[in-house]
Design a binder for this molecule. Structure first.
Ligand code: NAD
Length: 331
């Protein structure tokens, strides 16, 4: 009997090309939690992106049935209760390298947009205000990358090509990885923030990084710095960021993520309207290329974990892995 796969979010059609021959795939988007709890026991695999919350109740229901694997088609696992998954012996997999390049390119885009006021000036020009405002160049400035993982390293590579001096901070030892890329590893985050013109955040959201950028850490910034966050919204306290923008500690911010998406708090709404903040609605991985790779690698994980012999999967995966290898990311 073919394994049954439930997909609850949008996914590139190549997923069906890759796995359609060896699994029964059903897509049900926009399910409420109760519907998901009812449906999930009937499937071997649940595939989600960031919209679906896979909490303890969903996993407990899956455990009562045939669920063996949850695949997060993407990077962050913060929408999955990993502790419950472990307890119920349901495997969790993700596709960590598939979207790194897309997110890194967006981070660079947000840096330039924030430095040049692109979103605000575009808005004003459309309203008929054809007036100039002076921005800042990136060349020769110092960028601090916070979280020197897959995305942080891609950002560093792209930033160096723009003539930025790049430093990096991480909680793990990044000395050799940083030096290989011509990046200066730093040990003291507050001190490094005080020396950076731009800061780009690439840490996972955990209980240790929740509101990591609060009044205290934002207070370490060099006055007039540019802050970019494409990681997870809750890593930055929105009220503290507003205060930092108002005092000029932060000159401008580029945000792809907010603690609540779409924004619901006063502070988040004020950030959305702030002339020196450019916000995109969590589109870091939303490119044709990243979504193609995400779907292929999700199919690869399922084939591997379920031991499926699926020729279509093999050839499509080999192509994508070759591309990711050439980017130094791997599958
Ligand atoms: P990664 O695991 O490769 O790298 C994260 C790095 O952060 C690791 O090196 C880790 O040691 C470091 N880190 C953890 N805690 C830290 C701390 N307190 N201070 C400094 N460094 C710390 O992850 P990645 O693939 O590079 O993803 C980075 C972030 O980007 C994640 O939050 C992920 O959810 C997010 N992301 C966003 C989008 C988007 O659409 N905007 C898409 C993909 C990933």
């Amino acid at each position: 009997m073919k394994p049954r796969i439930l997909v609850t979010d949008s996914l590139h059609r190549v997923f069906w090309e890759a796995l359609g021959g060896c699994a029964d795939i059903e897509q049900r988007r926009g399910l409420g939690k109760e519907e998901l709890v009812k449906l999930v026991p009937g499937y071997d695999v649940l595939v989600v992106r960031s919209r679906t919350r896979v909490d303890r109740d969903v996993l407990a229901a899956g455990r009562q049935g045939r669920l063996r694997l949850v695949v997060r088609a993407g990077v962050g696992l913060d929408n999955i209760d990993l502790e419950a998954a472990k307890q119920y012996e349901i495997e969790v997999a993700n596709t960590p390298t598939a979207s790194s390049q897309s997110v890194a390119e967006l981070a660079i885009g947000l840096m330039i947009a924030a430095a040049r006021g692109i979103a605000w000036l575009n808005h004003r020009a459309r309203q008929g205000a054809w007036s100039k405002e002076r921005g800042l160049e990136l060349y020769g400035k110092t960028l601090l990358v916070v979280g020197f993982g897959r995305i942080g390293r891609r950002v560093a590579m792209l930033a160096k090509a723009l003539g930025l001096i790049v430093k990096a901070y991480d909680v793990i030892d990044i000395t050799s990885a940083a030096r290989n890329l011509g990046v200066e590893p730093v040990k003291d985050l507050c001190e490094a923030l005080g020396e950076a013109d731009l800061v780009s955040i690439h840490v996972p959201l955990t209980k240790h990084t929740y509101h990591l950028f609060s009044d205290k850490l934002l207070g370490c910034l060099k006055p007039g710095a540019i802050l970019v966050n494409t990681s997870r919204g809750a890593v930055v306290d929105p009220e503290a960021l507003l205060r930092a923008l108002e005092t000029g500690r932060v000159y401008a911010a580029g945000l792809d993520v907010l603690e609540h998406e779409p924004p619901i708090t006063d502070a988040e709404r004020k950030l959305l309207e702030h002339p020196r903040v450019v916000i995109t609605p969590h589109i870091g991985a939303s490119t044709e290329e990243a979504q193609y790779r995400v779907a292929v690698l999700a199919a690869a994980k399922i084939a591997e974990k379920l031991g499926l012999v699926c020729p279509e999967t093999r050839s499509i995966v080999a192509r994508v892995c070759k591309e990711l290898d050439s980017m130094g990311l791997g599958c």
